[in-house]
Write a protein that binds this ligand. Structure first.
Ligand SMILES: Cc1cc2nc3c(=O)[nH]c(=O)nc-3n(C[C@H](O)[C@H](O)[C@H](O)COP(=O)(O)OP(=O)(O)OC[C@H]3O[C@@H](n4cnc5c(N)ncnc54)[C@H](O)[C@@H]3O)c2cc1C
Length: 374
């Protein structure tokens, strides 16, 4: 049997693509090297921030709008809650990358937002302790999505629509032939008319030209039991990002496991994603405790848990979403650089468009692979 499309990697992007393709009636196969719901890639850890006013670049805003719509659609189709709007507070000095960038994107696209000075932040959110010259952009539409649930729901919908998914199925080679593409795994080969490669931090194994351009970094998530649980509970604390003195770090309200926070900066580089380990230790805890004690002391109670996770970064921190330069039947997807999850719902649609039509109506001009391959 020749599948219409094979999807390699069933993390955030692969699961969403599988779902979109199956729901369009395509014969589709998903291959994932690890077990279902594993925590070895980039999509585990309870929550991912979602926001419209995009400090990274205003051109992401239309894609973010579409992503919200597609998360709501997933919720309608499954009856489950994936996206929680808590608002997002982006904090720093007025000219800092995050505050200035978010403000520019919000103004350009006419997004709901407010600019708060330190006194107003203290009035609304007394749990923060900020230098007097700090300010914040408040985006009421911001919040978080639940990555484990989002991935599982995409997989379930895909399977209900007829997709075949296989776990523990590591793809070892993708070999284009004249009439179809052969996908090799240790347990057998498959054939498909087109292939989506959504292999996350391992994408360089299957698209070797990309490998030297991407950096896989060690990122640590920490959960703390707050001194004052009321101050950090869902409903009291929004999602927040602080462009601080030492670190850019962010956090989420306690939705069960504790107040979650992490640095956006890395704590090391892995030369290959296979090296990644759940090896978070005292230095990681100390770094985040220092951050909380500086800006959100009510949260800096006992450590509840830590997890490591991988960012796959491009040099410009924009995504790669494009057709393979040597074979237009192959779609290459590396939407990470630490900020891709929120878009997974719409990137599934984009990848399906590219696999079937070779083009999409969404503006992905920023994500061309050619800019990295030169
Ligand atoms: C700590 C952390 C915090 C983040 N915070 C945010 C945030 O707040 N907001 C946000 O929007 N984004 C955030 N991100 C980024 C976001 O999580 C990623 O952009 C997203 O998870 C990437 O999805 P993916 O599908 O590319 O990778 P993954 O979900 O890792 O999926 C790739 C899959 O491919 C599989 N695979 C690899 N090689 C093969 C092979 N040869 N054969 C078969 N399968 C294979 C892997 O096992 C894996 O399951 C964060 C990331 C991290 C690590």
């Amino acid at each position: 049997m020749v599948y219409d499309v094979a999807v390699v990697g069933l993390g955030a992007m692969g699961a969403a693509a599988l779902c979109d393709l199956a729901r369009r009636g395509k014969r589709v196969l998903g291959l994932e090297r690890f077990e279902r719901g594993h925590a070895r890639g980039s999509s585990h850890g309870e929550s991912r921030a979602i926001r419209l006013g995009y400090f990274e670049h205003p051109s992401y805003v239309p894609l973010a709008r579409a992503a919200y719509e597609r998360w709501y659609e997933l919720e309608r189709l499954t009856g489950r809650s994936v996206l929680s709007k808590t608002g997002v507070l982006e904090i720093g000095r007025p000219g800092s990358v995050i505050v200035a960038g978010s403000l520019a994107a919000s103004r350009l696209h006419g997004l709901p937002h407010e600019v708060l000075d330190a006194a107003e932040i203290a009035r609304r959110y007394p749990q923060f302790m900020l230098p007097r010259d700090y300010s914040a952009v408040w985006q009421p539409d911001g919040g978080f999505v639940r990555p484990e649930l989002g991935n599982e729901l995409h997989l379930r919908l895909a399977e209900e629509a007829g997709a075949r998914s296989a776990f523990g199925a590591k793809v070892t080679a993708i070999e284009p032939g004249p009439s179809s593409i052969r996908i090799r795994t240790r347990d057998g080969d498959f054939e498909a008319a087109s292939v989506v490669i959504a292999a996350g931090a391992w994408i360089g194994d299957l698209v070797p030209a990309l490998a030297p351009k991407l950096t896989t970094t060690r990122q640590v998530l920490c959960w703390f039991r707050a001194h004052d649980p009321e101050a950090v509970k869902l409903g009291a604390l929004p999602v927040f990002i602080v462009d601080g003195e030492e670190d850019i770090a962010y956090g989420f309200p306690d939705i069960g496991a504790g107040l979650k926070c992490a640095s956006h900066h890395d704590s090391g580089v892995w030369s290959h994603a296979d090296e990644a380990r759940q090896d978070a230790g005292p230095a990681d805890e100390a770094r985040m405790r220092r951050f909380l004690e500086s800006y959100l002391p009510a949260g800096a109670g006992a450590l509840a848990a830590m997890q490591t996770c991988i960012y796959t970064k491009t040099p410009d921190e924009d995504f790669v979403i494009d057709l393979h330069p040597q074979d237009r039947r192959i779609v290459v997807a590396s939407p990470c650089s630490g900020h891709g999850y929120k878009f997974a719902s719409v990137i599934g649609e984009v990848l399906a468009d590219l696999a079937i039509e070779g083009e999409t109506q969404h503006d992905i001009s920023r994500f061309g692979i050619g800019r990295l391959l030169g």
